[in-house]
Design a protein around this ligand. Sequence first.
Ligand code: FMN
Length: 242
Amino acid sequence: MLQLLKSHTSVRKYTDEKISDEQLYELLEAAQYSASSHFVQAYSVIHVKEEEKIKKFAALTNNEFQFTTAPVALLFCADLKRNVKAVEMHGKELIGDRVEDFLVAAVDTAIYAQNFVIAAESKGYGICYIGGARNNPAEISDLFDLPEYVIPLFAMTVGVPTKKNEVKPRLPLEAIVHVDGYNEEKYDDLLKEYDETYNNYIKARTNNKKNITWTESMADFWPKPRRAHLKEFVQSKGYLNE
Ligand SMILES: Cc1cc2nc3c(=O)[nH]c(=O)nc-3n(C[C@H](O)[C@H](O)[C@H](O)COP(=O)(O)O)c2cc1C
């Protein structure tokens, strides 16, 4: 299991091999045994099968190549809708507008999805998360009839990898783990060390070589405006109106 976890790489090119519904649903069902905050199980998956819908979905995520060449396209949604129903069945009301409600649904969905990823990788499949599902969330909601409290969080392609990419080196464990309290002073040294490791990897990898460090790529990424429409969209679905 540890070896499997440490060999993860995103896969962006798949062979023609199909994945049957039976094979896929076995993995999606296994993933449901993930932990869930207060057991709310606040997630849904849209399995996009119809060719026309895949095309529209691909365009809306700005990810034509991956979706039109992958055997499986999934959309993971943070979802309190079933909980709304459950509560209504007992004459009460769920108003999921607190920050906590949004976090619970988003965290549950991410844990579920990652359990699915591990299940899929354990069977030799590859996956790629697609954050582009948040590029046009209102249009994606319309495409799949997503009701109130159902938010497209991220998409995913699944298939048999054509090849395995080199594993990206992660931050040193010491940068992630803080013993008995947060220590930011160590970052200067640790980030310099990691920049060198990352730069050596990215200069030498087979595809998409670059001469860049991790901190440089973060400095490039963070200042750019990103999906400014999301606040209004999430609020329109009933969340974060507290
Ligand atoms: C929520 C999420 C969204 C992502 N969105 C995209 C995406 O839109 N396109 C893409 O090619 N990779 C996407 N990725 C993959 C990351 O780029 C990738 O996980 C990261 O660079 C680490 O590389 P690795 O997965 O190969 O180890 C996403 C990953 C996550 C967790």
